[in-house]
Design a protein around this ligand. Structure first.
Ligand SMILES: [Fe+2]
Length: 232
């Protein structure tokens, strides 16, 4: 299977999964989010991007991949297979530079854009990628204008949606939806997590955070992204 077919398969399987779970969602706002993503995926025509062949940054969070690949997947096997197929072609990065905000988790964090402005396949309207969070890790709350989802495909994590909400456990096959500027946080305990993630909408607007997401202080922008380098 070539790269293009593999990445298309991830796009198609994710769209199919979104259509399947749409019917199970009770909240209209959540259904609207899912339908919006599925429609964008359906319309998306991706094109290969020219990327530099090597990256100097090592992505430490990828060391958790083998244990995640070994899991017995019963709730979303097609999606898991599609994620595995795309795995070698994702543009893996630690995404954040080590700063006070990120130091505790960035070495256990790996994000691999498959489709997007800096992915191996170019889109300016969606991002579709893979995501690993290591065990005993807390990805602190942050927010962004783009809408977002995660579908857990292996392992498990707890997700907080909104600064004052409870953390809720999610496992293989579960989806987590975040509307525009809703702040998510993710934490794991003894097991890592492997997920498919996506953004749609305002891809260019930077993420922001507060030390306490529930207060009204001036949000801080992230100055510390590690920009993917690609040939222009
Ligand atoms: Fe996010």
């Amino acid at each position: 299977m070539n790269r293009e077919t593999t990445i298309y398969r991830l796009l198609e399987e994710t769209e199919a999964y979104l259509r399947k779970i749409e019917a199970t969602l009770v909240e209209p706002s959540q259904r609207d989010l899912v339908v919006g993503f599925a429609e964008d995926f359906h319309a998306e025509s991706i094109r290969p991007a020219l990327l530099s062949q090597s990256r100097s940054q090592s992505v430490r969070g990828l060391r958790y991949a083998p244990v995640l690949f070994d899991e017995n997947i019963v709730r979303c096997p097609e999606l898991f297979d599609a994620a595995l197929g795309a795995f070698p072609y994702a543009w893996w990065s630690e995404f954040y530079e080590e700063a006070h905000w990120s130091k505790s988790f960035v070495s256990r964090f790996a994000t691999g854009e498959c489709i997007g402005p800096t992915g191996r396949f170019r889109s300016d309207s969606i991002i579709l990628g893979l995501f690993i969070l290591g065990p005993d890790t807390h990805y602190p709350a942050h927010a962004h204008a783009a809408e977002e989802f995660y579908i857990v495909v292996a392992g498990e994590a707890e997700f907080q949606t909104g600064a004052t909400s409870d953390f809720i456990a999610k496992r293989q096959g579960d989806i987590v939806l975040h509307g525009s500027n809703v702040s998510p946080a993710i934490r794991t305990s003894s097991r890592p997590m492997f997920a498919i993630y996506s953004w749609r909408g305002a891809l260019d607007e930077p993420s922001w955070y507060r030390d306490n997401m529930a207060d009204e202080s001036e949000p801080r922008k992230f100055p510390n992204f590690v920009k993917s380098k690609r040939d222009q």
